[in-house]
Design a protein around this ligand. Structure first.
Ligand code: ZN
Length: 188
């Protein structure tokens, strides 16, 4: 996956409203803006994001704006994939990877209380946040390593149509167990 595409997706996943290509370019630090345009159009074609006329929630201008379409994209992807049994394991992996990533983000919120990271000018991606929490000693290094692996696989499966083979799937299942147990410590 290109780093630029990953940055763009991560910005849209962290913003609830739609934003224009100019603002997306700045937030994601992907330049020039034309590159953002090309990547966003490709993501729209693959039903990962939505693009359409609207008011940009950051600069307030009426333009073509972008917003995440994760839920619909994954649902659409799942119903489409169910027709093809051979891709069933990828569907399962995508569902589980996305679910566990959401649980991890919930735990991040609990151990990261009082953080100003959602301030308007400060954007932090999932992986940046993970590294910061690890450096602050709020997440143990072994757990951080496993979370990092899960997040990488999740991006590969969801955005690059990657299908883990059976060995990788078993490795992920073990990783899910470890992280599920870790998440449980934070949800009473
Ligand atoms: Zn804008």
């Amino acid at each position: 996956m290109s780093t630029s595409q990953e940055k763009i997706i991560e910005v849209l996943e962290n913003i609830d409203n739609s934003i224009c290509d100019d603002c997306l370019s700045e937030k994601a630090a992907v330049f020039p803006r034309q590159q953002v345009n090309a990547i966003a159009r490709n993501l729209q074609k693959r039903r990962i994001i939505y693009r359409g006329r609207g008011i940009c929630s950051l600069c307030g201008k009426g333009k073509i704006t972008n917003s995440k379409l994760m839920k619909y994209s994954i649902d659409g992807f799942i119903s489409k994939e169910l027709e093809h049994e051979k891709n069933h394991s990828r569907t399962e992996a995508a569902k589980k990877l996305d679910e566990i990533r959401r649980n991890i983000i919930d735990v991040f919120k609990i151990i990261d209380k009082g953080s100003t990271r959602l301030g308007k000018d400060k954007y932090e991606s999932f992986s940046t946040r993970l590294s910061r929490l690890e450096e602050d000693g709020k997440i143990d290094r072994n757990i951080a390593s496993i979370i990092r692996m899960i997040n990488s696989f999740r991006n590969l499966v969801v955005y690059e149509d990657y299908q883990p083979d059976s060995d990788e799937f078993q490795l992920l299942q073990k990783a899910f167990l470890i992280i599920d147990k870790w998440c449980l410590k934070f949800n009473k």
